[in-house]
Design a protein around this ligand. Structure first.
Ligand SMILES: C[S@@+](CC[C@H](N)C(=O)[O-])C[C@H]1O[C@@H](n2cnc3c(N)ncnc32)[C@H](O)[C@@H]1O
Length: 255
């Protein structure tokens, strides 16, 4: 994958200022647990047996993008005892997350912060390079071993929406570049029951971004749901629940 630096335009800068304000607020509330987190990180490193769930271990530095109500991130953190090795982000601003997912997001975000994981809102997965300074934990120079985007979706289900989702993934793949460790992985999870998703042709999009498909694995929805994960829609409505993730698979790509 080519190393690309995207220049910010003035509009993006304005958005970034808002993001940074959000980010500062969130960071200050989690900083109190940072020294104990570092101690626990050291204890983790001295334990040779990794704790695992699905495709993830407590030895990895994991970036989650496009979280909805943060229940996936909190399910990982509750199993991995994660601390600062999990950085969980949403595209929605904090207020939007809480309005869209009032039943679940507040508890999930609190649990994440208690575990020492970092939580940021207003993070656009197609412009990750713009947030390098905040996403890479200042106490560590380590890049991410895994960048995860579960059920990416801009909303809608028309032919035009297929194109919009393809653009989302294409730009996401490019923007992972400056944050991913050299042997790191990019994980995309998609449902398989509908041809809507197969029409995105995720493998080709990745290939066009010079990524290789390492493998596909079944998304372990049962394990995550036992720990509190629940599926959400990009634009939740009162009438339709989010579709099940039981048929989903995770595509694991590497450079
Ligand atoms: C179907 S929801 C899945 C949410 C969550 N990943 C999960 O597994 O429950 C799709 C998510 O993609 C996010 N999304 C859409 N465009 C995005 C972008 N440019 N950057 C980051 N996330 C985006 C939406 O905000 C929404 O939360």
């Amino acid at each position: 994958m080519k190393k690309i630096k995207i220049k910010k335009n003035n509009n993006i800068q304005k958005d970034d200022d808002n993001n940074k304000k959000n980010v500062k607020r969130i960071k200050s509330s989690s900083s109190s647990s940072s020294s104990s987190s570092r101690l626990l990180d050291l204890l983790d490193m001295s334990n040779p047996n990794p704790i695992k769930i699905g495709n993830y271990t407590n030895k990895q530095k994991i970036l989650l993008v496009g979280e909805g109500d943060f229940t996936f991130a909190s399910s990982l953190a509750s199993k991995l005892g994660s601390r600062s090795n999990i950085v969980a982000t949403s595209y929605d601003k904090e207020r939007e997350v809480k309005e869209k997912y009032p039943e679940t997001s507040i508890h999930a975000i609190n649990a994440l912060k208690m575990s020492g994981a970092l939580v940021f809102h207003g993070i656009d997965a197609t412009r990750l390079n713009d947030y390098e300074d905040i996403l890479l934990n200042p106490s560590s120079i380590k890049l991410f071993d895994v960048i995860v985007f579960n059920f990416p979706h801009v909303g809608g289900s028309t032919k035009d929406d297929i194109k919009a989702n393809q653009n989302l993934l294409k730009d996401f793949f490019t923007s992972c570049n400056s944050l991913l460790a050299s042997n790191g992985e990019i994980h995309i999870t998609l449902r398989t029951k509908s041809s809507f998703y197969s029409n995105w042709n995720v493998e080709k999009l990745a290939k066009d971004s010079n990524l290789k498909l390492k493998k596909t694995v079944k998304f372990d929805s049962i394990a995550y749901k036992e720990l509190g994960y629940q599926e959400v829609r990009t634009h939740p409505g009162a009438l339709r629940d989010a579709p099940s993730s039981d048929d989903a698979i995770t595509y694991i790509f590497c450079e």
